[in-house]
Design a protein around this ligand. Structure first.
Ligand code: ARG
Length: 460
């Protein structure tokens, strides 16, 4: 089969099924622009060190420009016979420019070529994801600023614990997504290294200038070992791990959005464009988008495990196993990109039902801890204060009222040190306002933190 790049060595063609089984062009063609970018940097270096002529370089540049145009216009014919994106582009280059095209692959292998393509592609995706995380944090911070004073019950064990501000609750997610962005930035440092020059596995005997190629492609460093450069995909695994955490955070937020939108809770409403109806129940408005995001978390977690497993049994150096790195990696990047884009928009469209939140915070003795702290400030040991308030809560339960509904005399029946200033701490507003330290739920603190995040946008 003359169309295959290594055909001279073989006496019989592969079956159609094996051809389809081994080909990657169906999915790796999405790296075409990066493949061309890498090839141009390689050709530029080959010309600079005198391995190819300036005329060859000019031909390669002209041919690649045309190929890029054909691909962008959808006019490029991808062939399964040519296995992958690399061979498809190289074949077309030879068709267009002849011998100069055949010289491009000098001192290079598809092994270092594909490793370079993935890194260039992934670097681009990482930058997009970091940008989208920043945008989502902006939306969370904007909504938090709007709701710095809105109070809802904070939960532990899904039982009412203490009042918190809704702004504070939202900013918890802004923190998570901030760390996700840090993780991606860290992973970018190790992704941004140049494998090209490793050739198949052992390097090459041509007088190559790897640092020049690294500079041309914007890599910070050159991979220091050729065997490692062509074979490891740990940078991709790191990306998948960071993405798995992004989705874990998205999934937690989704769970809360779904819960908050349940009529039994009724804290928020999502804009109609993120919900769907039911084909049978006319009254339904379902929070499909957060539910689906919670579900898509599963596949992103799965891709991480798949990549780890793909890598674990491979001897040095390159093995074809590595072709299996791409689909999961691509899907991971696509999933977090779409999810983060949609969530930024969805958070902007959350309708907050502050009255329902407040009503819920008034149930469940959310300020019981404040009453205990009040007694402690008057010299009562915390454990005794805890016991005293537990008795008061029990008595309220029996009467079906709240702590703040008790009269001063009734409260003093539980502890003689209680004065009429106690009612300030029994209010929701008093409770949250008191927690104004760094990291606390007080409205004034939420405003400081939200503005800090909103200010970040100006500096990228
Ligand atoms: N399509 C291959 C991959 O994705 C490119 C490298 C192939 N190299 C090889 N020696 N077969 O990994």
């Amino acid at each position: 089969n003359k169309s295959q790049a290594w055909s001279a060595r073989f006496s019989e063609p592969v079956s159609d099924l094996v051809k389809r089984y081994t080909a990657s062009v169906g999915f790796d063609q999405r790296m075409a622009a990066f493949d061309i970018q890498g090839s141009l940097a390689h050709a530029d270096m080959l010309a600079a060190v005198g391995v190819i002529s300036a005329a060859d370089l000019a031909d390669i540049q002209r041919g690649m420009a045309q190929i890029l145009e054909e691909i962008r216009a959808g006019d490029f014919t991808w062939s399964l016979d040519l296995e992958d994106v690399h061979l498809n582009i190289e074949k077309r280059l030879v068709e267009l420019i002849g011998d100069a095209g055949k010289r491009l692959h000098t001192g290079r292998s598809r092994n270092d070529q594909v490793a370079t393509d993935i890194r260039l592609w992934l670097r681009h995706e990482i930058d997009l994801a970091i940008g989208l995380l920043g945008q989502l944090r902006q939306r969370l911070a904007a909504l938090a600023l709007e709701h710095a004073d809105t109070i809802l019950p904070g939960f532990t064990h899904l039982q009412v614990a203490q009042p918190v501000t809704f702004g504070h609750h939202l900013l918890a997610y802004a923190e998570m997504f901030g760390r996700d962005a840090e993780r991606l930035a860290d992973c970018r440092r190790r992704t941004n290294r140049l494998p090209l020059g490793a050739a198949a596995l052992a390097g090459t005997s041509y007088p190559i200038d790897r640092e020049r190629v690294a500079r041309t492609l914007g890599f910070d460093e050159v991979c220091r070992n050729s065997l490692d450069a062509v074979s490891d995909r740990d940078f991709a695994i790191e990306f998948c791990a960071a993405a798995a955490l992004v989705m874990t955070h998205i999934s937690r937020l989704s769970e809360e959005l779904v819960l908050w939108m349940s009529p039994r809770v009724g804290f928020i409403d999502l804009a109609d464009r993120f919900c769907t109806g039911s084909s049978i129940m006319p009254q339904k408005k379902n929070p499909d988008v957060p539910e689906l995001a919670r579900g898509k978390t599963g596949r992103v977690h799965g891709h991480l495990v798949a990549l780890l497993t793909l890598m674990k049994g491979q001897p040095l150096a390159y093995n074809k196993d590595n072709q299996e790195d791409k689909e999961g990696l691509f899907d991971t990047a696509d999933t977090i990109r779409d999810t983060l884009t949609i969530f930024a928009d969805m958070i902007g469209g959350v309708r907050v039902k502050a009255d329902a939140m407040r009503a819920a915070a008034l149930q469940g003795y959310a300020t019981a801890t404040d009453l205990a702290d009040y007694l402690v400030k008057r010299g009562v040991p915390f454990r005794d204060a805890h016991e005293t308030v537990a008795l008061a809560v029990r008595s309220c339960e029996e009467r079906g009222c709240d702590l703040a509904d008790l009269s001063l005399d009734e409260l003093r029946g539980f502890h003689a040190d209680i004065q009429d200033d106690v009612f300030q701490v029994l209010t929701l507003e008093g409770s949250v306002a008191a927690r104004k330290h760094i990291g606390g739920t007080a409205p004034e603190r939420v405003r400081i933190e939200a503005r800090r995040i909103l200010d970040e946008s100006g500096h990228g």
